[in-house]
Design a protein around this ligand. Sequence first.
Ligand SMILES: [Zn+2]
Ligand SMILES: [Zn+2]
Length: 184
Amino acid sequence: MRVALVPVYVPRRVWISFLGRTLEKHDRLFCFAPARNRMPFPPDERLAAMVRYSGGCLCGGLRYEATAEPKFAGHCYCADCRKASGSGFIPFMGFSRGAVTFSGRILQHRSKAASGADAVRNSCAICGGLVFGGEIEAAETFNIYAGSLDEPLAFRPTIAIFARQRPPWALIPPGLKIYADMPP
Ligand SMILES: [Zn+2]
Ligand SMILES: [Zn+2]
C-alpha cells in the first residue's frame, strides 16, 4: 500500500571524529514520514531527547528513528516469523507509537495472528527488506525487527516467545526468559 507522507524534521545524532576524539553533534534530518506519525519541528531542547535507535532496509529507502527505549525486546520463534523472514526467528524491539518515526515507501502485508487479530508486517517497497511489524495508521506499538538496526549491538533481547514452534536448529541464546507461546 501507499502511505500518505508529509515532510518532517526529525532529530538525529551524528558522531564526528576530530583529533582522535569522538564528538557528538545534534542535527536535524529532513525527510518524509506518514502523516499520522509526524513529529513537530523540534526546538533545540527537543534535540537533547535524541534518537537512540535508527535503522532501515537494505537499500535505505525505508528508514526509522526511535527516541525512547523499547518497552520489550526478544526473539520470536513463531512459524509466521520464520516464514516472513526466511530465517529461524525474528529479533524484535517493541516501541510505543510516539517514540518512533518512519520514512519511505512501505509494502504492507497482512496475515492472521495467533490471537485472531491481523498481523501487519512492513517491508521496503523498493528492496523488499522486512523492517517492522504494526499497521502504520493504527498500531499503538511497533515491533522493529532488530536485524535492521544501524548499530546491531544496540539490541539487547530479554525474552524468547513462541518457543513451542521453534525448530531445533533455531537456537535460543542463554539468559533469555523463555515462553512457550505469548507472554501473559
Ligand atoms: Zn529498501
Ligand atoms: Zn513471531
